[in-house]
Design a protein around this ligand. Structure first.
Ligand SMILES: [Zn+2]
Length: 226
């Protein structure tokens, strides 16, 4: 199929519940939240420096997170990818072409994932294995896709809180409310999905961090979660 940097319109992102809820409750002094970002080419006009803005907010507030980087994005923005890695965030792989994984043959999938891995390593100096996030969440419940990822040294990571920040109508206050309500309801171990290029996320991030901290949350990378 033709491969381009544009994201196909479908399938849509799907919420997932693949990480067991911890029995610990948020009433404890400190509970863990993993902010995760799919760092990718966007498919509509976006904040020109959205990803840079998010990184600055994370640094100012001393927050570490996890970034799943699209290979082609790393090739296009190597300086930004390098800066991101230097902030101490965990680096994952978000495919090379952002094609739904179920659309690819086993050979095509392996090629795409490896291409992304090389691009991300070149830009950040970090091996993204074993962290992988399927574009659109597509393939995350497909045994063949998961087995193919496993052979390549990866495991797919889903989320419990979907900000839906990629929607054109998403607003900063809406994203703030969604994250604080849902992450607090989930409690310890909540994984939150963001897209840093969206205008809503850049605007929402300071309030999300401050609000969750006020509720007792501690921000961790995915490798600190399990
Ligand atoms: Zn994506």
């Amino acid at each position: 199929m033709p491969l381009s940097i544009r994201q196909p319109a479908a399938p849509r992102y799907r919420g997932r519940q693949d990480v067991a809820k911890s029995p610990q409750s948020q009433s404890q002094a400190s509970w863990r939240v993993a902010l995760t970002f799919d760092v990718e080419h966007h498919d509509r006009p976006a904040h020109p420096d959205g990803t840079r803005l998010v990184l600055r907010t994370l640094a100012e507030r001393d927050v570490v997170a996890t970034h799943f980087i699209q290979g082609r994005w790393a090739q296009a923005y190597p300086d930004l990818a390098r800066d991101l890695a230097r902030q101490g965030h965990l680096i994952g792989n978000h495919s090379h072409h952002h094609t739904p994984m179920t659309w690819l043959s086993p050979k095509g999938l392996a090629k795409d994932v490896r291409q992304a891995e090389q691009a991300v390593r070149r830009a950040t100096g970090h091996d993204p294995r074993p962290w992988f996030r399927c574009p659109y969440g597509d393939g995350a419940d497909d045994p063949e896709v998961l087995a193919a990822l496993d052979r390549l040294g990866y495991r797919d990571v889903g989320w419990q809180v979907d900000t839906f920040d990629w929607r054109a109508k998403a607003t900063g206050p809406q994203v703030v409310r969604t994250v604080i309500e849902q992450a607090t309801a989930h409690g310890d171990g909540a994984v939150v999905l963001f897209h840093p290029w969206t205008p809503a996320t850049g605007r929402a991030m300071p309030q999300i961090i401050d609000g969750l901290r006020a509720a007792g949350a501690r921000f961790v990378r995915l490798d600190e979660l399990r």
